[in-house]
Structures are given as C-alpha cells and as structure tokens.
Design a protein around this ligand. Structure first.
Ligand SMILES: Nc1ncnc2c1ncn2[C@@H]1O[C@H](COP(=O)(O)OP(=O)(O)OP(=O)(O)O)[C@@H](O)[C@H]1O
Length: 293
C-alpha cells in the first residue's frame, strides 16, 4: 500500500475565510487493544458554496471525520486534538470543538445539517412525512408555526417531489423518494453546511443519478455548502467541485476534482481512480462544471 507522509498535502492551504477550517484534527477510538487513531491529523478547508467530496475506502476515517465535525461523535470515540473553526452567516466564528451542548443545539439544522449513512431507514415509520418536517422545523423555529405547511410543500417541490408526498408514510415511498425527503428536511432551516454520508449507497443507478442531481441543485439554487462522503469515485466525478482523498485517517490529496482525476498526485488516489468502472471518456459531467461558483 502507498506510504502516507506527514507533510502538509498540497491543496490543504486555507483560503480566505472558508466556511469551515479543520486544523490538525485527531480522533481516536478507545478499544480493548488500545487507542485506534481513526482521524490522524487532518487539515482541511470547506469553502463557502462548494461541494466538497470526501473519498477513500471503507475504514479510512470519512464518517469519523464527519461526526467529529458535526460534534456527533459518541464514545468510544473522542477528539484527541485539533480545532474546527466554523463561520456561520451573521455570527462570529466559533471552534465547534469548544461549544457546549446548548450552543451546539442552537446550530443544529439551522447552521449545520447531517444526512447520515443509511438515514433512509431511520425515518419514523408511524409518522407522515409532513409531521417529520414539522418536528424538525418547530423544534427550532416555533415562530414558523403558521407557515410550516406552505414551507413543506415548497421544500418538497424543491427536491423534485410532489406536494402529496407530505401526506404519505415512509413505507409508501421508494428509497430515492425517502432520500429526497430527508434532503428537503436537511435544508428546511437554510443551514450553512449540509454533510451527506454515502447519500447514494443502496440505491439503484438511475435513482443515484436523480439524487446526485438534486444534491447539485441544493448548492446551485440555494447556495448550500455541501460535504459529500462517498467511497465511490464515480459519485465524486459526477457531483463535487473539489475532492479530498482519505487514507488511513489522513487526507492524502485534495484538489479540483478534474485535476485530481487527470493527474492524481498520490499513489492511493491513482489506485482508487483505476478501480472505478470505465463509464465513458471523462468521468465528470461537463455541464456540471459550469455550476462551479
Ligand atoms: N466505534 C468504534 N470503535 C472502534 N473503532 C472504530 C469505531 N468506529 C470506527 N472505528 C474505526 O475507525 C476507523 C475509521 O472508521 P470510519 O467508519 O470513520 O471509516 P469510513 O471511511 O467512514 O468507513 P465506512 O464507509 O465503512 O464507514 C476504522 O479503522 C474503524 O474500524
């Protein structure tokens, strides 16, 4: 396997005032055999309005990075060091790792939103779609009570679903519809950042394309900054602006997705790209490139 160096990876330099700056983040899991470093000194900037992909094989630390960023890490995981500077609109920058629970709650959904891996299966089976929206919206913004039904209809339309979906129960929806409902809920309170973990895994290829399109639309139409985690380099090729490649808990390469595909700098990135099935001459969609802010 390729050797991972400790030197700063080209492309991890921080731009002016990115939405998020992750600095030397280290996350470990306590196990009976000692501590396992799952995120091992990650420096990464998330720019406003971009779609940043996090690539890497299973176990490379992608989900651990995401849950630490969102402060959703649970024992036996713990943050061993680092800083995560977050600059939400209209508020001073905060180190997410320093916030207490009360201040974190105030950021959830409104500033930071998460579509976890397998979240399609986590919808409440006995609640209609509209009530699942209401729960999230009204928990954080009771002042929107009078507007919530119109909001739900608008949000469903925004992800390409019929308004009638609001009256349905999860079992009446396909996997792709559930994923779009969850995307609509995740943007309901206009967060600065949405993190989607493996949003297309377990969906068939046609539906995957629809989901990728809808995710792209979230950024294009609503200016949401997106982090998309996927082990599938094809997903990154089709959707993201920049991609960060993780290997053994480190970001070994980050850059413009076209550059990374054309001239991968790290041997591990090369092996990931070589392992994707050939899907035509250029794996990225040229029309998508025009959307890059
Ligand atoms: N609860 C846990 N206890 C101990 N080790 C863990 C725990 N969760 C994750 N790890 C370890 O941390 C490392 C990173 O796992 P992580 O799930 O973040 O990777 P990933 O790239 O997201 O993979 P996947 O896509 O399979 O979830 C792996 O070595 C994993 O075994």
């Amino acid at each position: 396997m390729p050797e991972v160096t400790a030197a700063r990876v080209p492309g991890t330099e921080l731009t002016d005032e990115p939405l998020v700056e992750i600095k030397d983040l280290r996350v470990h899991y306590r196990t009976t055999k000692g501590d396992v470093p799952a995120v091992n000194g990650v420096d990464l900037a998330i720019r406003r309005g971009e779609i940043l992909g996090i690539a890497g094989e299973s176990g490379s630390g992608k989900t651990t990075l995401a849950v630490a960023l969102l402060r959703l890490l649970r024992p036996p995981g713990y943050v061993a060091g680092g800083e995560i500077v977050f600059r939400p609109r209209g508020s001073p920058p905060v180190d997410l790792l320093e916030l207490d629970e009360r201040r974190l709650r105030a950021l959830r959904w409104k500033a930071l939103s998460y579509l976890p891996q397998g979240s399609m299966n986590s919808m409440n089976p006995v609640m209609r779609v509209a009530d699942q929206f209401r729960d999230v919206i009204l928990e954080h913004r009771r002042d929107l009570r009078g507007d919530v039904d119109a909001m739900i209809r608008r949000l469903l339309r925004q992800v390409g679903l019929d308004e009638n979906v609001a009256r349905m129960y999860p079992h009446e929806l396909s996997g792709g519809m559930k994923q779009r409902v969850l995307m609509a809920i995740s943007i309901a309170l206009e967060p600065d950042l949405v993190v989607a973990d493996e949003p297309t895994t377990a969906l068939d290829v046609t539906i995957q394309r629809v989901i990728l399109q809808s995710l792209g639309d979230l950024r294009d139409q609503f200016g949401v900054t997106l982090v998309v985690i996927s082990h599938d380099m094809g997903v990154h090729a089709q959707l993201v602006d920049r991609v960060a490649v993780m290997y053994e808990g480190k970001v070994v390469e980050v850059g413009d997705v076209r550059q990374v595909f054309k001239r991968p700098q790290h041997p591990y990135t090369k092996s990931l790209i070589e392992s994707i099935p050939k899907i035509g001459e250029a794996p990225w969609r040229e029309e998508q490139r025009s959307r890059v802010p």
